[in-house]
Design a binder for this molecule. Structure first.
Ligand code: GLU
Length: 507
C-alpha cells in the first residue's frame, strides 16, 4: 500500500464543533502512527454558508490542540491550493468528463419548476426525488438534443450537472468501522455535482476530485456522511479511479449527556458546558463558550475527546498525545454514538491539574493574583499552586483555594469557633505561638516537626489543638498542612495572625 495520507476537510460555516475536532484528532493520530501525512483542506464551495473568521478559527483550534498540519491551508504543499474556492478551475473539467462518459447530464430546470414538482409530489403523498423515474421527462440533456443543449448554454441559461444515478444496482461498500454495507441505487437521487450559477462544484464532486488528486488513502469522517458513501463509490467508478480509491471510516456521533440524540450547542447552553474548543464571537454579538477560555488544558481536552468513541482496550484513561498516537486504532472505534459527559471533561482537567508542573501553574496563576491586587513573584505563585493544585480542577480555582495564603483573615468561621474555640484550646494556641516565636527555621518541614513535637509531647488531642491553631491563621478549618501554611506566609505574618486572632476570639 502507498503512503497513508488523510485529510481533515471542514467547511468554514461557523465555529468548529468538538465533534469536528475529534474527527481531526482521529485523522491526525492515524496519520502519525503510520508515519503518514495529515492534510487540512478547506471545503468552502458553499458560498451561501460561508462565515468569515471560521477558517481562522479552525486553524487556531487545531493549533491549540497540538494537531499539526503537514500539508494544507496555512502550510502549503505539493497539491496547493488547499482551499476549494481557489481550485474552481479544476472541477468543471471533471464534471464535463462525467457528462461525456454518460455518467452525468445537464439539467436546466428552473427553481420554480422544481418547486412545482415538489409541491405536486407532496400533494400526491410522496416526497419528490430527482431520479431515474423522472429525469427523462425533465429539462435535461438526456431528453434535449445536443444542439438545444448547446444553444441554451450559449444564450446564458442557468444549468447544473447532475449525476446519473444508475437504476436498481447494488453498491457494495466497505467501511473500516461499520464493515460491509450494501445499498440499492434505486433509493438514491441524482445529486447536483456542479452549478453554472456560481461556477462552483457541490461538496460531492469537489470532495471526490480533491481526495483523488491529493492522493488521500483513508477518509475518516463523521457518520453524517455515511448516506453519501454510495454516491462517492459510484463517482470513483465513473471516473475510473477505483484502483486508488481511499478506504473509508465513518466515526460515531457524539451524543448528548442523556445519551439521546446528537450533542448540540443548545445542550451546552442549557447545562453550562462548551461545545466548541475556543470561544466564538458570532456576528450578532452572541458569544459561545470555548474549552480554552473555560480554563481547560489542551492536553486534557484532547485526552477527553480521544476517548469519546475510541477505547484503548485497557483501563488506562490518561494519555499524552504521543501515547495516543501509539495506542490509537480504527478497529477500536465503536459503531454506536459516544455519550458526552461534562463531568468527565472536568475530571480529565483535574487529572492534568494535579500533575501539572508547579512553575507552569504559577505562571498561569500570576495574572489571576494580580487581578485580585496581589503582586506576587513567580516562585510564590508556583509555591501556592503546588500546595493546593491537588484540590483544584482549573487554574481559576486556585484563587479561592489559596486566598488565605495572601490575605490575612478578618473574620473567623462561626462553626469552627463553636467547635474548637473552647476549653484549653486558646491556651494551647498561645503556647504554639510562643514556640513559633522562638523558632528561627521557618521551613515547612521544620515547622511540621516542631508542631507535632509540641502537641504530641503535651498529649493534646491533635485535631483540637491543630484546628484551633488553624482557625487563628487561616480563619477557617481548611487548607494544607499548617507547617506548609506557616512556612508560606513566614514567621512575622504567622505570629501577627495568631495575635490578632487571640485578641479577637479571646484567650
Ligand atoms: N466538508 C465536509 C464537512 O464539513 C467534509 C466531509 C468529508 O470529510 O468528506 O464535514
Amino acid at each position: 500500500m502507498g503512503k497513508v495520507r488523510v485529510r481533515f476537510a471542514p467547511s468554514p460555516t461557523g465555529p468548529l464543533h468538538i465533534g469536528g475536532v475529534r474527527t481531526a484528532l482521529y485523522n491526525y493520530l492515524f496519520a502519525r502512527q503510520a508515519g503518514g501525512d495529515f492534510i487540512l483542506r478547506i471545503e468552502d464551495t458553499d458560498s451561501q454558508r460561508f462565515v468569515p473568521g471560521a477558517e481562522e478559527y479552525i486553524l487556531e483550534s487545531l493549533k491549540w490542540c497540538g494537531i499539526e498540519v503537514d500539508e494544507g491551508v496555512g502550510k502549503g504543499g505539493p497539491h496547493a491550493p488547499y482551499r476549494q474556492s481557489e481550485r474552481k478551475d479544476i472541477y468543471l473539467r471533471y464534471a464535463l468528463q462525467l457528462v461525456e462518459s454518460g455518467n452525468a447530464y445537464y439539467a436546466f430546470d428552473s427553481a420554480e419548476s422544481l418547486n412545482e414538482l415538489r409541491a405536486a409530489a407532496e400533494k400526491a403523498g410522496a416526497p419528490f426525488a430527482y431520479n431515474y423515474k423522472v429525469r427523462g421527462e425533465l429539462e435535461t440533456s438526456l431528453r434535449l438534443s445536443d444542439e438545444e443543449v448547446k444553444a441554451r448554454i450559449e444564450r446564458g441559461d442557468q444549468w447544473v450537472i447532475r449525476f446519473k444515478m444508475p437504476e436498481n444496482e447494488d453498491v457494495a461498500m466497505d467501511d473500516l468501522i461499520r464493515g460491509h454495507v450494501t445499498v440499492n441505487t434505486s433509493t438514491l437521487d441524482d445529486k447536483v455535482l456542479y452549478k453554472s450559477a456560481d461556477e462552483l462544484p457541490t461538496y460531492h464532486l469537489a470532495n471526490i476530485v480533491d481526495d483523488h488528486l491529493m492522493e488521500i488513502s483513508h477518509v475518516i469522517r463523521g457518520e453524517e456522511w455515511l448516506p453519501s458513501l454510495p454516491l462517492h463509490y459510484l463517482l470513483y467508478m465513473a471516473f475510473g479511479w477505483t484502483d486508488t480509491q481511499p478506504q473509508f471510516a465513518h466515526l460515531p456521533l457524539l451524543l448528548k449527556p442523556t445519551g439521546q440524540g446528537k450533542l448540540s450547542k443548545r445542550d451546552g447552553d442549557k447545562m453550562g458546558f462548551p461545545v466548541f474548543p475556543l470561544e466564538w464571537h458570532g456576528k450578532d454579538g452572541e458569544v459561545s463558550r470555548g474549552y480554552r477560555e473555560d480554563g481547560y488544558f489542551p492536553e486534557a481536552f484532547v485526552n477527553m475527546l480521544a476517548l469519546l468513541g475510541w477505547n484503548p482496550g485497557t483501563t488506562q484513561e490518561i494519555f499524552s498525545m504521543s501515547e495516543l498516537i501509539e495506542a490509537f486504532s480504527l478497529e477500536r472505534v465503536g459503531k454506536s454514538g459516544a455519550r458526552f459527559s461534562p463531568d468527565k471533561a472536568q475530571w480529565f482537567n483535574a487529572q492534568y491539574m494535579h500533575t501539572r508542573n508547579d512553575e507552569e501553574l504559577g505562571r498561569a496563576f500570576l495574572p489571576i493574583l494580580e487581578s485580585h491586587g496581589i503582586a506576587a513573584d513567580l516562585a510564590t505563585a508556583s509555591k501556592a499552586a503546588s500546595l493546593m493544585k491537588s484540590r483544584a480542577t482549573f487554574v481559576n480555582d486556585l484563587w479561592e483555594l489559596t486566598e488565605f495564603l495572601f490575605v490575612a483573615p478578618t473574620e473567623y468561621d462561626e462553626k469552627a469557633i463553636a467547635k474548637y474555640w473552647k476549653n484549653e484550646n486558646p491556651a494551647r494556641v498561645a503556647e504554639i505561638r510562643d514556640m513559633l516565636a522562638a523558632t528561627d527555621d521557618f521551613s515547612a518541614e521544620n515547622l511540621k516537626e516542631r508542631l507535632h513535637e509540641l502537641i504530641a509531647g503535651n498529649e493534646w488531642p491533635m485535631g483540637q489543638a491543630m484546628n484551633s491553631f488553624r482557625l487563628t491563621v487561616v480563619g477557617a478549618c481548611k487548607g494544607p498542612d499548617m507547617g506548609d501554611v506557616c512556612g508560606f506566609i513566614g514567621k512575622e505574618e504567622t505570629i501577627a495572625r495568631i495575635d490578632r486572632a487571640l485578641d479577637a476570639l479571646g484567650r
